[in-house]
Design a protein. Structure first.
Length: 263
């Protein structure tokens, strides 16, 4: 068994596709507007490399998994099969103006993360930018499902800690956020509160005219007598549920967070 290709096989196992990756990573295109050359570190199949190229941004992916690289080459993507650290050590100083690194840092101890950022700083041009993405430690879904799903994960990195690391190696103005394209993984759409609207519809439109008239009268009477009290009850329940809903929304967050900084 080739351990270097285990990640490729794992991505196939959990159903990762080029289409889903590009949909998720499309959020990060805006960070690299105006860049002339972007490196994608640990690029996998090179989906973000292709996405950048489709939007007129020259990009090169680096990954050590030979199966990922072979797949990328078959699809005509610019990908180099190499260890990220060795590539950055040998790369020309101040040779690119953008670096994208998705879901690599959580595979590394903090000393290696700092070294990765130091090497990235050396390779970036002045005013070049770096973007890191990682599982969101503030999201419950990351803890329950995503983080421990992968065999190679070492530790979570809070985005604020990554901002601190970026400043320590010389980067300026680090910012952080969450990928909105991965919102609400546990509950789906947010719970929506609203008044009762419309009259319930039931399949009682058949039968005699008298039966239909009587049914309409019952609905009207029920609406007049019951609806005001029902709305009061729902309003009271909502008042009690809203704090719990807010608390759920604080933990039902995107399972991917990001940090960005400039040189």
């Amino acid at each position: 068994m080739n351990l270097n290709s285990l990640n490729y096989e794992f991505l196939r196992h959990i159903g990762v596709t080029t289409e889903t990756q590009k949909r998720v990573q499309a959020f990060y295109l805006g960070f690299f507007q105006g860049c002339q050359e972007v490196l994608d570190l640990a690029c996998g199949d090179g989906d973000f490399v292709e996405l950048l190229a489709e939007n007129g941004i020259k990009a090169l992916g680096i990954d050590r998994d030979p199966c990922c690289c072979e797949m990328a080459h078959q699809q005509g993507k610019r990908v180099v099969c190499a260890d990220v650290f060795k590539y950055l050590e040998q790369a020309e100083e101040e040779s690119v103006d953008g670096i994208f690194c998705a879901h690599l840092v959580e595979h590394l101890p903090y000393e290696r993360v700092l070294h990765l950022l130091e090497l990235s700083y050396r390779v970036l041009k002045k005013r070049g930018r770096i973007v890191l993405t990682t599982p969101n430690v503030r999201g419950l879904f990351s803890h329950l499902e995503m983080f421990y799903l992968h065999f190679g994960h070492v530790t979570f990195y809070h985005p604020n800690l990554l901002c601190f690391f970026l400043k320590q190696v010389g980067f300026s103005a680090p910012t952080m956020g969450e990928n909105p394209l991965l919102d609400s993984p546990l509950w789906g759409s947010r719970l929506k509160q609203g008044p009762i609207d419309g009259t319930p519809q039931f399949p009682h439109n058949q039968g005699s005219l008298l039966r239909r008239v009587l049914h309409s009268c019952r609905l009207l009477l029920g609406s007049l007598l019951v609806r005001p009290y029902l709305e009061q009850i729902i309003a009271q329940v909502n008042d009690k549920l809203l704090p719990a809903t807010d608390a759920l929304q604080q933990i039902d967050r995107s399972f991917e967070c990001w940090v960005m900084a400039t040189k």
